[in-house]
Write a protein that binds this ligand. Structure first.
Ligand code: PMP
Length: 420
């Protein structure tokens, strides 16, 4: 990632990661799959959880549990303090200017739907345009299509080149006075391509467009700084960040959130309610109707603490070493084609094997204890652009080793022999 996309600077020495020690933090690695050690290469779908996160959940349910924001008793006050403390953690983690810019949602999907519904319905009209890229996850396509159906606006799609890189020139050519919002991924879940946000956000801004970044695949891999990026919205899911399912974040610039109508209505998001009229709570509560996933948010806080203790710069360095090692190893396999060879890439490798369906490869790999994803990766339009029905995807994380890569290569060779 560039300096603007991530605060990592390569000019200071970063001490290497003790991967074996990290693996001991993840209880899942003590189990076997079909009698073999688990080789988990599907972190892009959801990350495994460290003991620190599991313990935070356990401790909260065992000795700290209560609903938040409404109780006048000690337990509720404590739970509220912990929940709101995570807002401060996320604010710092994302480099947001104000804690009120952090809205807790269930996942990235809900965050994007919130923006499309609440901000989109209020601001887009017939003929207005929404610009996305060809490598978006369905979560960053479908909510915008639904908005188009409601208000008569138009979805435009910026192309990618054969390496899976955004065509910045073509992207810019699609920007115009009708472009109301650019909704774009930070890192492609299917290809690993890192989008040069530092190049495209200023261009979008110069045309007066809002910018939403889908950061679901970016936050686990490198330090993100929303202020340096200059985006208006940034969305991510807690479960991909080693936190619990059901926890997610929408960052939104304060004046924009303040001027945006609520998403869901109900308890907690109001100031006063009568049968005639309701007034809304200030942000972020205005966007947090109903009982949130209190435990999930507390677990997310523990996950961020865990990652920050390790250091995202060290994680990024280890993952790029793994990516290089795995790319070389996979390229050496005859008949294997890597899909997505962007020059700036996160540790995700999609590939196809000549003559073998990705699902069959996934099944053979699973028999050898290697967990990968096979399919369209919730990016069907991208698969169409690439001319493949599906790919096998191996995604690497802080707990993966070079032995995991070797196990993947061995399992692929077995699949090749089986299907020869
Ligand atoms: N965007 C991207 C880039 C993703 O990879 C994913 C999850 N695969 C999502 C959005 C949606 O995440 P969630 O299902 O947690 O809402």
């Amino acid at each position: 990632m560039s300096a603007a996309d991530a605060s990592l600077s390569s000019d200071h020495a970063v001490s290497p990661l003790d991967v074996e020690a990290i693996r001991r933090d993840f209880p899942i690695f003590s189990r076997t799959i079909r009698g073999q050690p688990l080789v988990f290469l599907d972190t892009a779908a959801s990350a495994q959880k460290p003991r620190q996160v599991i313990d935070a959940l356990l401790e909260f349910y065992e000795s700290g549990y209560a609903n938040i924001h409404r109780g006048i008793y000690q337990l509720s006050a404590e739970a509220t303090t912990r929940f709101e403390g995570v807002r401060d953690t996320v604010q710092r983690f994302l480099g947001a200017a104000d804690r009120r810019e952090i809205v807790f949602v269930r996942n990235a999907t809900e965050a994007i739907n919130l923006v499309a519904r609440s901000w989109g319905d209020a601001h887009l009209r017939e003929g207005d345009e929404i610009l996305i890229s060809a490598m978006e996850h369905h979560a960053n396509i479908v909510p915008w299509q639904m908005l188009c159906e409601r208000v008569g606006s138009r979805l435009r799609v910026a192309p990618i080149n054969e390496r899976g890189e955004l065509e910045v020139g073509a992207f810019e050519a699609l920007l115009g006075e009708r472009t109301k919002i650019v909704a774009i991924t930070h890192v492609s879940n299917a290809l690993g391509s890192i989008v040069p946000l530092h190049e495209i956000i200023p261009r979008a801004k110069s045309h007066g467009a809002m910018v939403l970044v889908d950061g679901a695949q970016a936050v686990p891999h490198a330090k993100v700084d929303v202020a340096a990026l200059g985006c208006d919205f940034y969305a991510f899911s807690g479960h991909k960040l080693f936190g619990p399912t059901g926890s997610g974040v929408l960052y939104g610039r304060l004046p924009i959130l303040e001027a945006t109508p609520p998403f869901l209505g109900g308890g907690d998001m109001i100031e006063t309610v009568s049968f005639e009229r309701t007034t809304y709570a200030p942000v972020p509560q205005k966007f947090e109707a109903g009982t949130p996933d209190v435990a999930g948010v507390i677990g997310l806080g523990a996950a961020i603490d865990y990652l920050e203790t390790i250091g995202l710069d060290r994680i990024e360095l280890w993952e790029s070493e793994l990516l290089e090692y795995a790319t070389e190893a996979l390229e050496a396999i005859a008949g294997l084609r890597i899909i997505g060879t962007a020059s700036d890439k996160a540790a995700v490798i999609s590939f196809v094997l000549e003559g073998i369906h990705p699902h069959d490869i996934g099944t053979v790999l699973d028999q050898q204890g290697v967990a990968v994803r096979a399919g369209h990766h919730c990016a069907q339009p991208l698969m169409e652009v690439l001319g493949v029905p599906a790919t096998v995807r191996a995604s690497f994380s802080l707990y993966n080793t070079k032995q995991d890569v070797d196990a993947l290569v061995k399992a692929i060779r077995t699949a090749l022999e089986l299907f020869a």
